[in-house]
Design a binder for this molecule. Structure first.
Ligand SMILES: [Zn+2]
Length: 506
């Protein structure tokens, strides 16, 4: 399309939103909204996004500069918690005060890293037509028009955004982009704007919805909006040190924004932390021939077989799992990793599956209901943020476990994956290692440093784990966690079976 066509389409959008003078006169956009978020990578089945939070929020957003103030209250559902916090971001600095973490609902008052601020700002860019149009009108902006009533904004280091205008009104109907959503790769993100109202001469959408690969993950209804002609410095005041990101952390914030937001709205902080290495330099011993790689939030168990290694769990994302995989390989030198057991499909437990598969000849064992999901993850395009597997496809296979699957270990015992019935996920498996009497589980019960209170569990998950161990007749002395449990002071990656029994309420 010609320059004239671009000017005409950009003019149509500008006029529809209130005209250039009104847009340039708007300094701060305040919106008050209620809504919900669903997480596509949690829940019982990959086809059903899980409701993770219902929220109400007040946002003060600098229409041009990198500044926001976000007051957030939410009910979370994975762990029922009332979040209530205020987060302020300005440039590379940020601060949060209040309850922002569902696993530990004690109020915090702390600086947040620059990549958390960057991910938030990118989310606000995508959900505020005022911010989008101001970026398009900025001197030197790379904007192209067409085909049809579409304007594409290209910015360095972030996926291009295609804004489709309503042919009749010129208002933005939706914004489309492709992000990287681990482990599935390229994900089609669509933000839909509706119910525009005139607010101080500019038009603001009162309904904003987001879909990812066609799944409805976010709905936000704005009940009030106002525009200020000047920014109060006090509103965005934030002191403290700037925590600089690594390249990976910076890229995650901008390439995977809505993926990060799934976790943020859920009330978990670990994806904002974006840790990229295990917390101990080498894996810890669990029993002869069995070790555990301790991650910042998620662990990987390694079992030595006669001629190869078996790993349980490939958590988080490729930048973390690369470091975890190095520890897996070093755990028992000379033996290649050939078997991977995934306890369930939840994204945070399988985000490294492609990195684990990239060396080739890996068989991934999963509960039968999740076979299709894992095949998709291992073959899906990753153009936005290519990983090691994208650069060189290798032989990998996915096998479904209907009931159980057993391997002989190097010490002459067995390691067996069992499907169990759980409210947490339909494909759930636990892994039993006969020597040492170990059982590994993820998300059903996190081992605690001390004896828990009777019945202290999430829903019925600990009871379901304990009942399954009994029903299968497993000889278990120690329960190992995909997550560590904590009493607020210390944490544990393994605990006696009696602790689980107590948490289960027996
Ligand atoms: Zn889970």
């Amino acid at each position: 399309m010609t320059d004239t066509a671009l000017q005409s389409l950009l003019g149509k959008l500008t006029d529809a939103l209130g005209g250039r003078a009104a847009l340039e006169g708007a300094a701060v956009e305040r919106t008050i909204a209620t809504g919900w978020r669903r997480h596509p990578g949690w829940g019982t089945d990959p086809a059903k996004p899980e409701l993770v939070a219902e929220f109400s929020a007040t946002l003060d957003l600098d229409v041009v500069g990198p500044r926001y103030r976000w007051a957030h209250r939410a009910k979370t559902y994975l762990v029922p918690t009332d979040l209530d916090y205020v987060e302020v971001g300005a440039g590379g600095r940020g601060h949060v005060s209040g309850v922002d973490f569902m696993f530990d609902p004690r109020p915090v008052d702390l600086d947040i890293p620059s990549w958390r601020v960057a991910a938030r700002l990118r989310h606000f860019d995508l959900t505020s037509p005022l911010r989008l149009v101001r970026r398009m009108l900025a001197p030197g902006a790379d904007v192209t028009a067409g085909p049809g009533d579409v304007l594409t904004l290209r910015e360095f280091g972030r996926p291009p955004v295609r804004v489709t205008l309503d042919a009749a009104t010129g208002l933005p109907r939706h914004a489309d982009l492709t992000e990287e959503h681990s482990p599935l790769g390229d994900a089609a993100v669509r933000i839909t704007f509706d119910d525009f109202h005139d607010v101080s001469g500019v038009r603001v959408p009162f309904q904003v919805d987001i879909t990812v690969d066609g799944q409805h993950v976010h709905s936000e209804t704005r009940t009030e909006a106002s525009i200020s002609a000047s920014a109060s410095e006090e509103l965005f005041a934030v002191s403290g040190e700037i925590v600089e990101p690594t390249l990976e952390q910076a890229a995650y914030a901008l390439n995977s924004t809505e993926w990060v937001m799934n976790y943020v709205y859920s009330g978990v902080r670990f994806y904002f932390d974006l840790q990229t290495a295990p917390v101990t330099p080498e894996p810890v011993d669990l029993a002869p021939g069995v070790k555990l790689v301790i991650g910042p939030s998620h662990n990987t168990m390694v079992v030595e077989l006669p001629d190869r290694l078996l790993a349980v769990e490939s958590p988080l994302y490729d930048d973390y799992s690369r470091a975890a995989l190095a520890q897996v390989k070093r755990a028992f030198p000379g033996k290649p990793l050939r078997e991977l057991v995934c306890t369930h499909f939840h994204y945070d437990h399988v985000g490294g599956v492609r990195e684990f598969a990239a060396d080739g000849d890996l068989t991934v064992h999963v509960g039968t209901p999740a076979v299709e999901f894992f095949e998709r993850a291992l073959s899906a395009p990753h153009h936005v943020d290519p990983d090691r597997l994208a650069s060189g496809p290798v032989r990998t296979s996915v096998r479904g476990v209907a009931e159980s699957l057993s391997f002989e270990t190097a010490g002459g015992g067995t390691v067996t994956a069992y499907r169990i019935v759980s409210d947490h996920a339909d494909d759930m498996m636990i892994v039993h290692v006969s020597s040492g009497g170990l059982v590994f589980n993820s998300d059903l019960w996190n081992p605690t440093p001390g004896l828990p209170e009777s019945g202290d569990q999430r829903g019925r998950l600990a009871t379901q784990l304990y009942d399954a161990i009994q029903a299968l007749g497993l000889d278990v002395t120690t329960v190992v966690g995909g997550h560590r449990g904590s009493d607020g002071k210390t944490s544990a990656h393994a605990a006696p079976i009696e602790y689980l029994k107590r948490a289960a309420g027996y």
